[in-house]
Design a protein around this ligand. Structure first.
Ligand code: NAP
Length: 311
């Protein structure tokens, strides 16, 4: 039997937006393939416990939630490829998706749900120590700092969640935030106040990452007084937001100044038949449940498009 290489709908991305799109596409009667990368699941793989995804009384582990979504999509008939989409051709229908291994697949409609990636500060000394004490993933690397002091950079939900998570291992966690109040939601802020192991350094920015072959210290500066201070610690976690993963679509779809895919309220992109859902187009909410909702919309719109334009 020859392997199928044309699908009604191809979904690129395997976070809540991608899997929800695939579930709705398959249930809508479309043949559907999803390119999910070598480790499908998206950003939620790096989250420990999720308390705000509806339907779970107790917190659900991010990786477990994503495994359930993958199995649900597959059970409903989606072909899940555990490889990346290496390139896309959106110049004519059927759209072409070249997979990592070089094989070309075609689709009548495309749903892009490639999400976003953690952002770095961009300082040369930071980049020098990535993987040698500087990390963008507390859930991946926190374990290595048992009994040690660490710092987290940022003041949003991610930074605060990381700081709370790191208290499981670290003896002390400095939360280094550039302003005098946290951006994180009220509930997380209350948790920080109730956690003596966390010290928030308000109005502080990182000045330099110090060390030789591994990180040994972080120099921080008080932006109000100009005073600097060196924190002797072997681990720094950078949690300052995300950049949309849209490199593949530069010059092919309309992107905004920050690189997010521009869509209308029905998830339609600048190319008819191509839809985008989740953090790759969401400049505001960036929540799993919102991404899932957008994935549902994208699939419903793609199904209508196929019906009206022919598969
Ligand atoms: P975010 O909300 O954009 O916060 C980024 C934080 O990093 C801000 O505090 C920002 O400071 C700081 N920052 C940005 N650039 C910086 C720089 N160059 N130097 C120093 N600090 C810098 O990003 P996020 O925390 O990753 O969250 C992204 C989205 O996901 C949000 O919508 C959030 O609600 C959501 N999220 C939700 C949950 C949850 O509900 N459980 C968990 C994680 C994330 P300023 O405050 O001064 O701008």
């Amino acid at each position: 039997m020859t392997e199928q290489n044309h699908y009604d709908i191809i979904v690129i991305g395997s976070g809540p937006a991608g899997f929800t799109a695939a579930i709705y596409a398959a249930r809508g009667g479309a043949s559907c393939a999803l390119f999910g990368g070598v480790a499908p699941g998206g950003q939620l793989l790096q989250t420990t416990e999720i308390e705000n995804f509806p339907g779970f009384v107790a917190p659900v582990v991010g990786a477990d939630l994503m495994q359930s979504m993958l199995k649900q999509a597959a059970r409903l008939g989606t072909k899940v490829f555990q490889e990346d989409a290496a390139s896309v051709d959106l110049s004519a229908r059927p759209f072409k998706v070249t997979a990592g291994a070089g094989k070309v697949y075609t689709a009548g409609a495309l749903i892009i749900a490639t999400g976003a990636q953690a952002r770095w500060l961009g300082m040369p000394s930071e980049q020098k120590f990535v993987g040698k004490g500087v990390s963008g993933c507390a859930t991946c690397d926190g374990f290595f700092f048992r009994g040690k002091e660490v710092a987290v950079i940022g003041g949003g939900d991610s930074a605060v969640e990381d700081a709370l998570f790191l208290t499981k291992f670290a003896s002390k966690v400095y939360l280094v935030h550039r302003r005098d109040e946290l951006r994180a939601n009220f509930r997380l802020q209350e948790k920080v106040k109730a956690t003596p192991k966390i010290e928030v350094l308000y109005d502080h920015t990182p000045e330099e990452f110090l060390g030789d072959d591994r990180l040994k210290a972080l120099k921080v500066k008080n932006v109000k007084t100009g005073e600097t201070r060196t924190l002797e610690l072997p681990g720094v976690f950078v949690a300052i937001g995300h950049t949309p993963s849209t490199k593949l679509f530069e010059g092919k779809l309309q992107l905004d100044d920050e690189g997010y895919i521009v869509t209308d309220e029905r998830t339609a992109t600048s190319v008819p038949g191509v839809y985008a859902a989740g953090d790759v187009m969401d400049t505001r909410y960036k929540q799993a449940v919102v991404a899932a909702g957008a994935g549902c919309k994208a699939a419903m719109e793609a199904l209508v498009f196929l019906q009206e334009s022919g598969r």
